[in-house]
Design a protein around this ligand. Structure first.
Ligand SMILES: [Zn+2]
Length: 98
């Protein structure tokens, strides 16, 4: 008779901490909601905790990316062309002054 036999099933494991944190058990955090979940290769939504989080997160990513890309590409091109043009104007002006 040991302590484990006297306690209700699962209680000893809980007290000893072997049930919730087994050595070698890998947990990961859902990148969307931050919930900690056991790393499971059979989880089709990993690293997300659920299909909902996966879809919401990918959706947010796609939207963010489109907005950032569209804006930054346009701004970068405009800025580059503007500085190129002003360089050419300055260069031409210097040539004429020589
Ligand atoms: Zn989640």
């Amino acid at each position: 008779m040991s302590l484990q036999d006297l306690l209700p099933p699962g209680t000893y494991e809980e007290i000893a901490g072997t049930r919730s944190a087994q050595p070698g058990t890998i947990t990961c955090r859902c990148p969307h909601c931050g919930r900690e979940l056991p790393y499971d290769v059979h989880n089709p939504f990993r690293p997300f905790c659920s299909e909902k989080c996966k879809l919401l997160d990918l959706d947010a990513w796609a939207n963010d990316e489109l907005v950032i890309e569209g804006n930054s590409v346009l701004e970068d091109e405009d800025a580059e062309q503007a500085s190129l043009v002003s360089d050419q104007i300055q260069g031409a002006a210097l040539e004429q002054n020589r």
